[in-house]
Design a protein around this ligand. Structure first.
Ligand code: COA
Ligand code: AMP
Length: 632
């Protein structure tokens, strides 16, 4: 069967297609039908009963894979490699799940997980899924305030965390961040479970905090609890236009079916293979492709606690691939750019046997053709871009390597996957001609796995995704499709930027800047960066009569963003301007400012208040040493 056959089969009868895919899942009660026209935008497999953890772990033990490694924790920052078999994983997950149950955690309770890249993070996710608790993992690079916002929105009964994470050259103390976040939040968790790492021992709050091992030492292992197909397995917060993140809900059954399908058909991974997604469990890539999908498929998944460079060198990726015989490797283009910068000739690749590796997958941001070409040349393997979002949980467009290796067109993540009827629409919602830029929208219904709702925010769900183009899901990305059906993703249509593959809200940063007492108004844009794709740049208009030097204020706002959002925002540059370029109706022209920052030729739009402001912006950027990088 070719990709075309499979896509057409889906289009002819979507429900039959997904019910067939559902046969690869172990159900407690199999779905009688696929699509349910209920909830805000419809749901999949709502009549089924299923357990996510059973499908990720127990069923592989039952099928005789108990001795196969399920997890390999490769941690160059601590100098250790640890393997956990499916049998061990089942026992450890069941014990933690039992201990959570004994402390009163029941189906539907939320549990926040705030952890570095350690196996215990995956164990905690699976333990929640085992008993029907809904986990919400928060990325470790976020500051206390971001964690507090998520605590107040998810109102968890418990939080599972660790004493510290390890970034190159520094220990990140998680526990003080957690304590501060709990202090800041209105909602208080009943208890916390803390993994004490040998690099730093955290101080415990008596009565509230329990140490990971002692918490579960007498626990009775918990069985897998079957839940309804539309029971949420997790909530994952992602950046939107405002400072308040959106809690994307993932339903159990659709998640299982779609992710399981994707492993074979997109990544060509089957039971017994070794798969590696070099991301973080705090992002959707980590949820789908470090934790869930490889385990659903019975593959071994790698949890990598390190960086592409500096831990210890730009050969780390190749060392891990060779040592663990990785068959399929997934990373962000920014990571490859970092490797290329350190080892432009790819000399370190030659030190390793990469014969197990069959393909590299890139996602998280636009994959620039230079990066793809470099990697193809150095590895002599397919390098496949694919495009998706936290909201969808798996690829909207990909090169379906497990079905057929379609010709690669650099700059395109290839073609729509079954489940996705992708359209390019103009401002009035009309289809644009082939090759013409427009908003990328997906005709409803969305496939299994994609978001059915936002946590506590149904009105926002409609406004953010379904209002502008009735009958479609608005992706927030702009692009076009060519005559062969290949998609090209060009830009965001909202104020979201992508910094080193991390999705961030400029609106959230603007809120922080505007809270500085000297700042009257602020704007943040994403400027092109040769390594990180984009980096945030801040513009400040100061209140009248401020005497403090500009440098002091810009230094202070940089520190504030780090403190309030986190180091991951990589907010390092701000400049003071007299005024911001606006339309006559008062809308800040961020896209135009980004062009100025990128050194592109800018024609002032007819709607601009005063075109001279663009020269002032360029001047201010020069003063702070920002050099336009152009399109990277
Ligand atoms: N906990 C605490 N701090 C973290 C963190 C975490 N989990 N992750 C990142 N940070 C910090 C870093 O230490 C850094 O802090 P600094 O300002 O003190 O240096 C800051 O956040 C920015 O981190 P990062 O984005 O990792 O940038 P970098 O300059 O340290 O490294 C790359 C650049 C390209 C090597 C790195 O960004 C990278 O590996 N990117 C791939 C991203 C990825 O896999 N994304 C997932 C989508 S698929
Ligand atoms: P996230 O929700 O963090 O996965 O970020 C999703 C956003 O990242 C998308 O909406 C795109 O803007 C961008 N993105 C992800 N993958 C790609 C890709 N392959 N090409 C271009 N942009 C991408």
């Amino acid at each position: 069967m070719t990709y075309r056959d499979i896509y057409d089969a889906w289009k002819a009868d979507p429900e039959a297609f997904w019910l067939k895919a559902a046969e690869d899942i172990d159900w407690d009660r199999a779905p009688a039908k696929g699509w349910f026209d209920q909830g805000p935008v419809g749901e999949w497999f709502s009549d089924a009963m299923v357990n996510t953890c059973w499908n990720a772990v127990d069923r592989h033990v039952k099928a005789g894979r108990g001795d196969q490694p399920a997890l390999i924790h490769d941690s160059p920052v601590t100098g250790s490699v640890q393997k956990i078999t499916f049998s061990e994983l089942r026992d450890r997950v069941a014990r933690l799940a039992g201990a959570l149950q004994a402390k009163g955690v029941v189906k539907g309770d939320r549990v926040i997980i705030y952890m570095p890249m350690v196996p215990e993070a995956i164990i905690a996710m699976l333990a929640c899924a085992r008993i029907g608790a809904i986990h919400s993992v928060v990325f470790g690079g976020f500051a206390a305030r971001e964690l507090a916002v998520r605590i107040d929105d998810a109102t968890p009964r418990a939080i599972i965390s660790a004493s510290c994470g390890i970034e190159p050259g520094r220990i990140v103390s998680y526990k003080p961040l957690l304590d501060t976040a709990i202090d800041m939040a209105t909602h208080k968790p009943e208890f916390c479970v803390i993994l004490q790492r040998e690099q730093e021992i955290a101080e415990m709050v008596p009565g509230r905090d329990f140490e990971w091992d002692s918490f579960q030492q007498d626990a009775v292992p918990a069985d897998c609890l079957p839940v309804e197909g539309n029971h949420p397995v997790y909530i994952l917060y992602t950046s939107g236009t405002t400072g308040k993140p959106k809690g994307v809900i993932r339903h159990s059954a659709g998640h299982l079916v779609a992710l399981n399908w994707s492993m074979k058909n997109i990544y060509d991974i089957e039971a017994g293979d070794v798969y590696w997604a070099a991301s973080d469990v705090g992002w959707v890539v980590g949820h789908s492709y470090i934790c869930y999908a490889p385990l659903f498929a019975g593959a071994t998944t790698i949890i990598f606690e390190g960086k592409p460079v500096g831990t210890p060198d730009a050969g780390t990726f190749w060392r891990v691939i060779s040592e663990h015989k990785v068959k399929s490797f997934f990373t962000a283009p920014t990571a490859i750019r970092a490797v290329k910068r350190e080892d432009p000739e790819g000399k370190l690749i030659g030190n390793y046997d990469l014969s197990a590796l069959k393909a590299v997958f890139l996602a998280g941001e636009r994959a620039d053709p230079d990066t793809i070409t470099w990697l193809e040349d150095k590895l002599n393997l397919p390098v496949l871009d694919h495009w998706w979002q936290t909201e969808t949980g798996w690829s909207i467009a990909a090169n379906p390597f497990g079905i057929e290796h379609l010709p690669v067109k650099k700059g395109s993540p290839s073609v729509a996957m079954p489940g996705y009827d992708v359209h390019i629409l103009d401002d009035s919602g009309n289809e644009t001609p082939t090759g013409t830029l427009g908003a990328i929208a997906i005709k409803l219904p969305l496939p299994p796995g994609a978001l059915p709702n936002l946590w506590n925010a149904e009105a926002r769900l409609h406004k953010a995704y379904f209002e502008r183009f009735p009958g479609y899901y608005e992706t927030g990305d702009a692009g076009y499709v060519d005559a062969d059906g290949y998609l090209y993703i060009m830009a965001r249509t909202d104020d979201v930027i992508n910094v080193a593959g991390h999705r961030l809200s400029t609106g959230a940063m603007e809120e922080v800047l505007a809270s500085h007492p000297a700042v009257a108004e602020a704007a943040v844009i994403g400027a092109s960066d040769p390594l990180k794709g984009e980096v945030p740049l801040g513009f400040l208009c100061l209140k009248r009569g401020i005497e403090a030097p500009d440098e002091q204020i810009t230094r202070e706002v940089v520190a504030m963003v780090r403190d309030k959002i986190g180091p991951v925002a990589a907010f390092k540059t701000a400049c003071v301007v007299e005024r911001l370029p606006k339309t006559r109706s008062g809308k800040i022209l961020r896209a135009i400012m980004a062009k100025v920052a990128n050194g592109e030729t800018v024609t002032a739009p007819a709607t601009i208040d005063d075109p001279a402001i663009l020269d002032e912006i360029a001047e201010a950027l020069k003063k702070v040493g920002h050099i336009g990088q152009g399109d990277s």
